[in-house]
Design a protein around this ligand. Structure first.
Ligand SMILES: Cc1cc2nc3c(=O)[nH]c(=O)nc-3n(C[C@H](O)[C@H](O)[C@H](O)COP(=O)(O)OP(=O)(O)OC[C@H]3O[C@@H](n4cnc5c(N)ncnc54)[C@H](O)[C@@H]3O)c2cc1C
Length: 420
């Protein structure tokens, strides 16, 4: 995946952690230093557990240090569908978990003074007239769960907040927002280390034993623990085949313009909201703290970046903001989103003492940290909230080794549907 990542270039100063060397023991061994793994690590260390985190590359190397920074409420799935699968009571619990996920970010930023430009305000936008009904439905569905304050904006009202002429209206949500995801992730790592967690970087786990006494092996060491948490998500690839079968890594890409200056950036997104459309393959964008436009979207399924990333992304941005024709583009990078068949997070147990969470399906900025917390609760023997989500059945992707062509066909269908 491309490394011309604006977040790395604007990361807060942070330490490098050593690689694992030799045999170690811990209460909990966590594989992966993204939002999921670090969130679980922080909670467990605060509860008195001895925690070791093994990271193949660097803290925030995966999706957590590459994403759109859009902090969304809820799931990629509709609550109506979830009610059918879980029943009304558990669907309500699932909704509360998703709502708390957003609040958790706000609390952690405050508690650990994480400098990550956290900003509240979110615009869901319709690029087809028929999508206004979908937005009204989403507002009503949220209100049924006691989540109100969402405002439906017609085309004119939307233009007061967003200078993107193609949209037909929007839904403004005050309690969702955006931040610099890598700086948040690095802040979580600092908080975890301050609470006693040991992080090892450049320590790729090559194999795991998920038996009664779990362990993880790297090229130069091994950790034995009472509990293991697998938080490698789409970057874990086929290290744990049982998990990989239920996950499809999908490439998503983001570009960053040159700094536009405060006036021009404010002219685009007046109240500094995060913005996302409601298509299946979404466009998402926002302003950065230094007044760039960060614009994300598109998708690839081959595991390879397009050769000319800027050329791949620029037309998509200009279709939304034609007035940026003269603007230079400075960064463009990609990352893997872990998608499940039903687009609900896949959390559960793999063996008696091994837990995992993956597959937030494009909406994991808030949910991953919350699922990390649920994994920590389950390790501590309090699995009520964990079980609300772990009770969801996650089928493997159809097609076995040939699943990529099957997914490409499915995505082609959705892309056509978006275009209609
Ligand atoms: C381009 C992009 C844009 C996105 N935009 C948004 C958005 O705007 N809003 C939103 O809600 N969600 C978004 N997402 C999704 C969101 O970023 C993820 O759901 C979330 O960050 C997942 O966190 P995680 O900790 O589970 O996984 P990751 O952040 O991917 O962390 C996994 C870590 O595990 C490590 N690892 C993997 N295998 C091993 C191994 N064998 N040994 C040791 N370490 C290993 C990896 O190196 C990585 O650091 C986006 C994702 C991408 C890629």
């Amino acid at each position: 995946m491309s490394e011309a990542n604006y977040y790395r270039a604007s990361a807060n100063p942070h330490p490098a952690y050593p690689a694992l060397s030799g045999a170690r023991t811990a209460d909990v061994c966590i594989v992966g230093a993204g939002f999921t793994g670090l969130s679980a690590a922080l909670d467990l260390a605060q509860a008195g557990y001895l925690v070791i985190v093994l990271e193949a590359e660097r803290v925030g190397y995966g999706a957590s240090g590459r994403n759109g920074g859009q902090i969304c409420t809820g799931f990629t799935n509709s609550m109506a569908r979830l009610e059918k699968r879980l029943g009304a009571e558990n669907a309500k619990r699932a909704w509360e978990i998703a709502k708390d996920a957003v609040d958790l970010i706000g609390r952690r930023v405050a508690d650990h003074t994480i400098d990550c430009g956290l900003t509240w305000g979110y615009l869901h936008v319709a690029d087809k007239p028929r999508q206004m009904a979908e937005l009204a439905h989403n507002r009503d569905e949220a209100a049924r769960y006691g989540y109100d304050g969402l405002q439906l904006l017609d085309k004119e009202a939307l233009r007061d907040r967003l200078d993107a002429p193609g949209y037909h209206g929007g839904l403004w949500e005050p309690r969702a927002g955006h931040f610099h995801p890598l700086n948040y992730c690095l802040g979580l790592a600092d908080a975890a280390v301050a609470a006693g967690v040991e992080i090892f970087e450049q320590s790729r786990v090559l194999s795991v034993d998920t038996g009664a006494e779990p362990s993880a092996k790297t090229a130069s060491g091994q950790v034995r623990a009472q509990h293991m948490i697998l938080a490698g998500n789409a970057y874990l690839q086929d290290t744990v085949p049982q998990l990989y079968r239920r996950l499809m890594p999908v490439g998503s890409y983001i570009l960053a313009t040159e700094p536009l200056g405060e006036n021009r950036a404010q002219g685009l997104i007046r109240e500094n909201d995060a913005v996302c459309d409601v298509n299946f393959i979404v466009n998402y964008f926002r302003r950065s703290e230094d007044d760039r436009l960060l614009f994300g979207g598109r998708a690839t399924y081959s595991g390879r970046d397009p050769q000319d990333l800027f050329g791949f992304m620029r037309p998509r941005m200009l279709a939304v903001f034609p007035q940026l024709e003269d603007v230079a583009l400075e960064y463009c990078w990609g990352g893997y989103i872990g998608i499940t068949v039903d687009r609900m997070p896949d959390i559960g147990r793999l063996g008696p003492s091994t837990l995992y969470a993956q597959g937030f399906s494009g909406q994991g900025v808030a949910l991953s940290g919350m699922c990390g917390r649920l994994l920590a609760e389950a390790v501590r023997g309090q699995a009520e909230r964990f079980d609300v989500l772990s009770n969801l059945d996650h089928p493997p992707f159809p097609g076995g080794p040939l699943r990529t062509p099957a997914l490409v066909l499915a995505m082609l269908y959705y892309r056509l549907r978006d275009a209609l």
